[in-house]
Design a protein around this ligand. Structure first.
Ligand SMILES: [Zn+2]
Length: 787
């Protein structure tokens, strides 16, 4: 972990005081290779048998942007200050600003909201609706707060309680986020993108200070901290306790002809302030956006140009120079000064940006479990005692009483919470996010250690969990570390950063392994086909169907149809197998047979019919599948019907599957895990890990491993490799099959060995995955389209 030494801090401070570092840097993208962010898309890729190499060619970026107005009514409480005050005026409108990028396979949505923080539930609801309306999965949507202190609250009753229902303004903001993203999608058009940076150290001041001995006031717990937040000016100031991050990072997006589409920037400054009393304002974030628009001659374009300024890492950085206080200013004067200056610097840097339309987009969202910080026995006893003593000065000013009250509330929290963190990869540029007011040291470290560089950070994203001091700052104490201000465990920043690095590493590895995938060697290709032809001719019915599937993926659909025509079904289950492979091989009319078996009274083929419809991505009119999903007498049937519906974009159906991940019925949870591995999001990995830890059944444990591998989990991928060598042929069979689903190019040599396995099904699935991973693309056109 990065340790900022005293020298580095003072060096940083010297540089900042000089205010002369205004270097401009622009780094062109290097085009990444194929790696789709969405695992749903990965599955579809496999089903399409698109060769990894073909996906790398001819990437053509599209981009669109839009804004939505989220200004609350006059009278709404402004919540940025010490105590809420009712608004009496709107100085400037509050907005949601949305940018959507699309590389042809993957869409990303980047959203900023002019609020102090966005409640996690608001983000989750908006993401759900964005998926429904725009088909962009939650992992690919980044929603962050700018942290203007002059806005109304979308934090609900308790920003840390994740079970509340949304209030009216929260619902309104959800709607406006969804509208903004949908409008940005409507505005998608061919685009080029470039990355650049500008330096603006002079507006940034670390607000945590060491003071001269004997001048530190008591904290609310009766102790003496080593540093003080916002100490005010005075002769007792020694030096700031941490650095600032002077780099403005930005993505610039324009039409191929040069007309600007959007600019997404991040800068590590808490906010500027100095607004008029009682006035709603988007602070300097909006003035920056207006200034960039003016400087680029991009006013009133149709479709519009939209600039977004996200907050970098500014939990400990503000715009107040305590060493040299500035004279009194008129309202908004300082906001205009800071915004104008950084807009001018970014505008100058834009001239040096190199653009490309060939860029890969990827995303990972994960929700690691962390402990809530709760009072220990001593702290609880002290809080109870102080609380019982009551208010001793005016209530708002009685910090010991207020923090005692908070400690008592925190004692009631559950032990743990999950914390959503996200990496977006845009070409080689990575954006890391956490849902907190993150300290600068974490952002600076991310820039250095992200496996995908250049890297920058966006805080207060996908939720609002309060200040996130580093463990070093926890030792120093001060406002942001006090129990009651800070809510996550002491080691949280290190744990979350390590996870972000792992996530970016996974994206990098997936891109590299896809890049290494070469065309299937002709001799190996022939060997795979020979295995599959032998399988198709086999007396063993199901291995023959699996061979049919793989041969279709290999482009031999006609051969498969001819072979299927010669077979007859012993029962309705086998009839489903024959119909399903016929549909896959090109005979779409056989879908009717699957739908007929699904509703045939007394048939033993109901579940096979639903599973087959899932596998060929057909639903008919959906009515029979919805009926099957709504019953609970046959859980496996219910879940396979849900899978078929989910595969065509039914988000509610996927939720039904998720609810069965820990079901007491073995077959039900096995089916749920199998489906989530293929259709779920990276954020499902936490639940699958939990299911795996509790699982006793060997094959179901293997299902968990394979699902995790598909969800991009590094442990899952490692264990998948071990399962390829299992002594249990069923485990080997499923592992071999899932190597294709999870684009496990790294298992190539193990799969080749399995072509000689003693079990036919293992040989067939190994050949299938080799063809999916390395073979030529087939013509089969299955699509994952929302209904
Ligand atoms: Zn703040």
């Amino acid at each position: 972990m990065l340790v900022i030494t005293a020298e580095e801090v003072s060096h940083e401070e010297t540089r900042r005081r000089r205010g002369s570092t205004q270097g401009i840097q622009s780094i062109p993208f290097s085009a990444g290779l194929c790696a789709s962010a969405s695992l749903r898309e990965i599955l579809v890729l496999c089903l399409l048998a698109t060769a990894a190499t073909s996906a790398a060619s001819g990437q053509s970026l599209k981009a669109g942007a839009a804004t939505s107005n989220i200004t609350p009514p006059i009278g709404a409480e402004i919540v940025g200050g010490h105590l809420p005050v009712p608004s009496t005026h709107v100085h400037d409108e509050l907005h949601v600003r949305c940018l959507v990028l699309d590389d042809g396979q993957t869409k990303l949505a980047l959203v900023t909201c002019d609020v102090v923080g966005v409640h996690r539930l608001v983000c989750e609801e908006a993401k759900k609706q964005i998926q429904q309306h725009a088909g962009i999965p939650p992992a690919n949507v980044l929603i962050s707060a700018t942290h203007t202190h002059s806005a109304a609250s979308v934090q609900g009753q308790d920003r840390l309680k994740h079970t509340e229902s949304l209030d009216d303004y929260q619902k309104f903001v959800v709607q406006r986020i969804v509208d903004g993203v949908r409008r940005a999608v409507t505005n998608l058009r061919p685009a080029e993108i470039g990355y650049g940076t500008a330096q603006a150290p002079e507006h940034l001041f670390n607000r945590r200070w060491y003071l001269k001995p004997g001048t530190m006031p008591e904290n609310p717990f009766g102790g003496i901290d080593q540093v003080k937040m916002n100490p005010g000016s005075g002769p007792n100031l020694v030096e700031p306790a941490g650095p600032t991050d002077p780099t403005i990072s930005f993505l610039a997006i324009r039409e191929p002809g040069g007309r600007p589409i959007s600019l997404y920037a991040a800068y590590g400054l808490h906010y500027v302030g100095g607004t008029g009393g009682g006035a709603i304002s988007a602070d300097y974030f909006a003035v920056f956006a207006d200034e960039i628009q003016r400087l680029q001659s991009a006013d009133r374009l149709d479709p519009p140009f939209v600039a977004l300024l996200a907050n970098g890492t500014s939990g400990d950085v503000n715009n107040i120079n305590f060493k040299q206080p500035r004279p009194a200013q008129k309202p908004y004067e300082q906001i205009r000064y800071v915004a104008g200056d950084i807009a001018a610097k970014v505008h100058a840097a834009l001239a040096k940006v190199e653009y490309t339309s060939n860029v890969r987009l990827d995303a990972r969202l994960r929700e690691p479990t962390l402990k809530w910080r709760r009072p220990n026995a001593d702290e609880l006893a002290a809080a109870k005692k102080r609380y019982a003593e009551g208010v001793k000065v005016a209530r708002g000013a009685d910090l010991p009483y207020l923090y005692a009250e908070r400690a008592l509330r925190l004692a009631e929290y559950p032990e743990t919470t999950t914390v959503p963190i996200q990496v977006l990869a845009i070409g080689d540029v990575s954006i890391g996010t956490m849902p907190c007011e993150v300290f600068t040291e974490t952002g600076l470290e991310w820039r250095q250690v992200s496996p995908l560089k250049p890297a920058f950070f966006v805080e207060l994203a996908n939720g609002s969990f309060g200040y996130l001091p580093t463990p070093r700052h926890h030792k120093l104490g001060g406002y942001e570390t006090w129990l009651g201000t800070n809510r996550l465990e002491i080691e949280a920043s290190d744990k979350l950063l390590a996870e972000l690095v792992a996530m970016a590493g996974e994206i990098k590895t997936a891109r590299e392994s896809a890049g290494k995938a070469s065309a299937l060697d002709p001799a190996l290709h022939e060997r795979c086909l020979a295995v599959l032809r032998a399988g198709l001719a086999s007396e063993e019915f199901w291995p023959a169907m699996h061979a049919a599937e793989a041969l279709t993926l290999a482009g031999a659909g006609k051969e498969v149809l001819a072979a299927l025509a010669k077979r007859s079904a012993a029962d309705d289950q086998q009839a489903c197998g024959l119909a399903r492979e016929a549909v896959r091989a090109g005979d779409g009319a056989k879908t009717a047979a699957l739908l007929a078996i699904l509703v045939k009274p007394g048939s033993i083929g109901h579940t096979h019919a639903a599973e087959s419809l899932y596998k060929v991505a057909q639903t008919g009119d959906g009515a029979a599948l919805r009926q099957a999903m709504s019953q609970s007498a046959d859980l496996k049937l219910k879940l396979m019907a849900a899978a078929a519906l989910a595969r065509r974009g039914d988000v509610g159906a996927l939720e039904v599957v998720r609810q069965h991940l820990k079901h007491e019925d073995l077959e039900a949870r096995k089916a749920a895990i199998w489906i989530i591995g293929q259709l779920g999001a990276a954020s499902d990995a936490t639940a699958v890990h939990a299911a795996m830890a509790a699982e006793k059944d060997e094959l179901t444990k293997a299902y968990c491993v394979h699902a995790l591998a598909c969800l991009g989990d590094s442990t899952g991928r490692r264990l998948l490799g071990e399962n390829l060598q299992s002594s249990n042929p069923a485990v080997r069979t499923y592992a071999a099959e899932f190597c294709g689903y999870c684009r496990g190019v790294e298992f190539q040599s193990q799969l080749i060995k399995l072509l000689d396995d003693t079990t036919l099904d293992v040989r067939v699935r190994a050949a299938q995955s080799l063809i999916v991973l390395l073979g030529p693309s087939s013509k089969l056109g299955l699509t994952l389209a929302p209904q």
